[in-house]
Design a protein around this ligand. Structure first.
Ligand SMILES: [Zn+2]
Length: 426
């Protein structure tokens, strides 16, 4: 994860940009990746794909040529989407009106973006802005808007079923790590761990521009929308010492909602739950929106201040959202939960009994001596007594409190003895 983050963190990964493609190419060197392109000006649902934004350089310098700010040191140093400004002299008072700072984190550069407002500006730490030494400065922003393509990188793991599970991460947000890019790092690590995995449901891992990437992709793949079983939006996996947060889908009880809640509950971590549309509202918001109605949960690490007020993480939307302030162990655990959620969703099966009441376990060689193995025997009893018609292996695990893997292995034995048949859940 760290290698990918250090290769990409400081790229100018604006939503339509050359560095966005560069980031996808770095991912594409490690896993198979299809790059979908949606051209500038194309309408997708109610949205229009913006132009490509390129920057060759930007600076503030003293009249004697000393650089006070150089974009090459940090892509956050100009407002993302800044219009070009030809080299010109500017008075300090006027310049200060075009400099954005963070009051909350005065020693960090804030992340500002204006894609749709067509303006320009510089960003620097409040501490540095307060120290601008001279009355006049040279400034230049060498940027350009041209026709381009919004890109969506997709890694697909084909499943048995046409139904799919979509995993969403965003790689825009130049110069930042935990917001967006780290979700992509988790997804990339997951794709590598799942090499050779044959899931039940096709897994579509997507690396995109926040919100508009999903809008463009869904607009161009409307036929697959009804086939999407559910989606997971990944973000902020590496906030140090913060709880895991499950933001539910609009349905609240979709299979992914239920499985994710169970995995997190059993993880031993502190877990918070958020209502749909109340916490991170990005791609998940579009998936859950009226008329799309694909249940999309989100997983993140953040803090609940009050039922509807969330604090994302320290240094949010500033240059402090860096690799140094990113907890790799927290992200590794996040990856583990995500993998478990997918494994359970894919291993789950609907159980149809071929007997009435309860089976005679001894006759089938499945009896366990309760005097020698009381716990295992009790688990079997509780499984058998909860096998109502139509339940799934996961449902039984939830009903009985017996871990999914144990229920799964016992139910597979029942299947071997032709006592039950198993089918794909949806
Ligand atoms: Zn953000």
């Amino acid at each position: 994860m760290k290698e990918f983050l250090s290769q990409t963190a400081n790229l100018n990964r604006a939503i339509v940009s050359d560095d966005f493609l560069k980031t996808l190419n770095i991912i594409g060197k490690r896993i198979s990746l299809t790059i979908h392109k949606y051209g500038t000006g194309t309408q997708c649902f109610d949205w229009i794909i913006p132009k490509k934004w390129s920057v060759r350089g930007a600076y503030i310098e003293t009249l004697s040529g000393k650089r006070i700010l150089d974009w090459k040191n940090n892509p956050l140093h100009i407002v993302i989407g800044s219009l070009p400004v030809k080299r010109k002299k500017i008075a300090r008072a006027d310049l200060l009106k075009k400099i954005y700072v963070s009051n909350e984190y005065p020693s960090h550069i804030p992340y500002q973006f204006k894609y749709y407002e067509l303006d320009w500006g510089f960003c620097m730490s409040k501490d540095d802005a307060a120290k601008l030494p001279e009355e006049e400065y040279w400034i230049e922003i060498d940027s350009e808007y041209t026709e381009g393509n919004l890109l969506v990188g997709e890694h697909v793991i084909e499943g048995e079923s046409e139904k799919s599970i979509v995993l969403l991460s965003h790689i825009d947000h130049p110069g930042q790590v935990n917001d967006g890019l780290a979700g992509a790092a988790v997804l990339l690590a997951l794709a590598e761990e799942l090499k050779g995995y044959k899931p039940t449901y096709t897994i579509r891992m997507q690396f995109l521009s926040e919100t508009i990437g999903s809008i463009a992709h869904l607009h161009n793949h409307q036929k697959i929308i009804p086939q999407i079983l559910g989606a997971i939006f990944l973000e902020m996996p590496g906030t140090p010492a913060y709880p895991m947060v499950l933001q539910h889908s609009k349905q609240k009880n979709s299979r992914l909602d239920l499985i994710a809640a169970a995995v997190l509950r059993d993880s031993g971590e502190k877990v918070e739950y958020a209502e749909c549309f109340k916490h991170v509202v990005n791609d998940d918001g579009f998936y859950n929106s009226p008329g799309i109605d694909v249940p999309c949960i989100s997983l993140s690490r953040s803090k609940k201040l009050s039922p509807e007020n969330w604090y994302h993480f320290p240094y949010y939307h500033t240059s402090g959202d860096s690799i140094e302030n990113f907890d790799i162990d927290a992200a590794q655990r996040y990856l583990k939960y995500l993998k478990e959620i997918l494994e359970i969703a894919n291993a789950d099966r609907r159980i149809t009994k071929k007997y009435q009441g309860i089976p005679n376990l001894s006759r089938h060689g499945l009896w366990i001596d309760w005097r020698l193995y009381p716990k295992a025997s009790q688990a079997i009893d509780s499984i058998l007594f909860s096998l109502d018609d139509g339940v799934t292996i996961f449902d039984v695990a939830e009903l009985t409190g017996v871990p999914f893997e144990e229920v799964n292995s016992f139910v597979k034995k029942l299947e071997e003895k032709d006592l039950v048949s198993l089918s794909i859940v949806v």
